[in-house]
Design a protein around this ligand. Structure first.
Ligand SMILES: NC(=O)c1ccc[n+]([C@@H]2O[C@H](COP(=O)([O-])OP(=O)(O)OC[C@H]3O[C@@H](n4cnc5c(N)ncnc54)[C@H](O)[C@@H]3O)[C@@H](O)[C@H]2O)c1
Length: 446
């Protein structure tokens, strides 16, 4: 049983006072792409952070000061670990002494396309066992509007405490954009949207995040904050789908879609450039809109934009394979037994994240047609295909291109030597406009 709480106004005043004097301690549950950088940012700001992850290898790595996330360097990690500002554990007992608990666990889709909330449920149930009056719990994992109120709140209130009176509960979406291009937008500089399940909860959460980021945007409820994240990601999914469809039209019309987008983006207002590509990847854009669609359907609403965008975006790997098939055919080769070299297998440039990467689907489709696949990726040494086959990367310099029938650019990593690629590969399909400065006849663009 939790200890009896002081009156709610006093509890909030205590939380505020602790925040303003910089004495809040933080626990971060889930130390992946989102949780680890956030834990380090909190450690820098508050000096008292414990990370909780069920993966003992990750915990051991943190304790040794070795990073396993692209955007976090060993030096950044070691600085906080050696100063004892940041530690890690697999044990949720660490929640007990913490004033703030951030939940950053995965929210994937099941094979059926339905949200898999089991990670949130498991984490919240473990937190509940160590709740005490005055704590702030914030869900940062992306989920459908209503998750914080309907799924998290009842579990945390099981012991008799009430959100807004005895403890604080809010949702605050993570807006991290992994990759070195976006390091200027470190966690501190990206405004943080915060919505509590009660006004007191919003106030406590805003008070905490003001210590972590430069700008806090308080909204009227956790539901609004959840919807903000889904709007941001659905906006990207729909616009990428629109420009992917435009790319297919441009192909028929004999127009270069990349030139069209680049010229259109010179308009100083009312237009934001999105680019076509071989398909969506990563944890967010291919997944999050379906959380919203699922919830909308439960309410009897059919979300047409999300579905159409999903269909167009997920058809892109198939389109790329068809284009490649046609190009090989024009060169007098069937796909079967053709040697296709894939350049870049991660879902975006200059990261090592393979989650939902379209390269995996493209490789699978080509292998089913009998193509012999090799790949190069400066960030990935080997990958496991959906059927369990392991494929080792082949360094470009070791003649991988000279021996292939066709090179397919899936990810335009900045480490690739494009002069070398253009010189060595006999035929190239470029799905990213990586070769925009080359005019050779053997280059074909999406
Ligand atoms: N990756 C991104 O770019 C990004 C951006 C914004 C939002 N998000 C959202 O943030 C959330 C986390 O995503 P991520 O990319 O960091 O995931 P991730 O897979 O990189 O990391 C999740 C971590 O949580 C751990 N974990 C799983 N269950 C746990 C539990 N019950 N308790 C403690 N730890 C547990 C895993 O071991 C893993 O280390 C998701 O909801 C995602 O949609 C991700």
């Amino acid at each position: 049983m939790p200890a009896a709480a002081p009156p709610s106004s006093e509890l909030l005043a205590q939380f505020r006072e602790k925040a303003r004097s910089g004495r809040l301690s933080v626990a971060v549950a889930g130390l992946g792409y989102v949780g680890l950088p956030m834990a380090l940012r909190c450690a820098r700001a508050l000096n008292r952070v414990v990370g909780i992850d069920l993966d003992p290898a990750r915990v051991a790595s943190i304790r040794k000061g070795i990073s396993y996330i692209d955007d976090v360097s060993d030096a950044q990690m070691r600085e906080q670990v050696e100063a004892a500002h940041f530690t890690a554990t697999t044990d949720y007992e660490a929640v007990r002494p913490s004033d703030v608990v951030l939940i950053c666990v995965p929210t994937p889709l099941r094979k059926t396309g339905e949200p898999d909330l089991s990670f949130i449920v498991r984490s919240v149930e473990a937190i509940e066992a160590h709740m005490s009056p005055g704590k702030l719990v914030v869900l940062e994992s992306t989920s459908y509007p209503g998750t914080t109120e309907e799924l998290v709140r009842p579990r945390l209130e099981r012991g008799g405490m009430r959100a807004g009176r005895d403890f604080y509960l809010a949702f605050s979406p993570e807006r991290i954009d992994p990759g070195p291009k976006h390091q200027d937008y470190g966690i501190r500089k990206v405004p943080k949207v915060v919505g509590g399940v009660t006004p007191n909860c919003t106030e406590a959460a805003a008070e905490f995040y003001r210590l972590i980021v430069d700008q806090v945007v308080a909204v009227s409820s956790s539901r609004v904050a959840e919807m903000v994240k889904l709007l941001e990601n659905t906006y990207r999914s729909v616009n990428i789908a629109m420009v992917n469809e435009l790319a297919l039209m441009c192909q028929q019309l004999g127009v270069d879609v990349w030139e069209v987008v680049d010229a259109a983006k010179t308009k100083p207002y009312g237009f934001e450039a999105f680019y076509p590509g071989p398909g969506l990847g990563g944890h967010c854009i291919p997944v999050d809109p379906f959380y919203l669609a699922w919830k909308a359907r439960l309410l009897g609403f059919e979300p047409r934009f999300i579905d159409l965008a999903g269909r167009i975006n997920s058809s892109m790997p198939h389109y790329i394979v068809n284009r490649l098939t046609d190009l090989l055919n024009d060169a007098g080769r069937p796909v079967r037994d053709s040697r296709v070299h894939i350049l870049g297998v991660t879902y975006k440039p200059d990261v090592s994240d393979l989650r939902e990467s379209p390269a995996l689907t493209i490789i699978d489709l080509l292998r089913r047609k009998g193509a012999r696949i090799t790949f190069s990726d400066p960030h990935v040494s080997a990958l496991t295909l959906p059927d369990g086959t392991r494929l080792d990367g082949a360094p470009l310099e070791q003649g991988a291109l000279a021996e292939c029938d066709c090179a397919l650019i899936v990810t335009d990593h900045s480490a690739f030597d494009w002069d070398y690629v253009v010189r060595e590969a006999p035929l190239i399909l470029d799905s990213r406009n990586a070769l925009k400065n080359y005019n050779e006849d053997h280059i074909h663009k999406l």
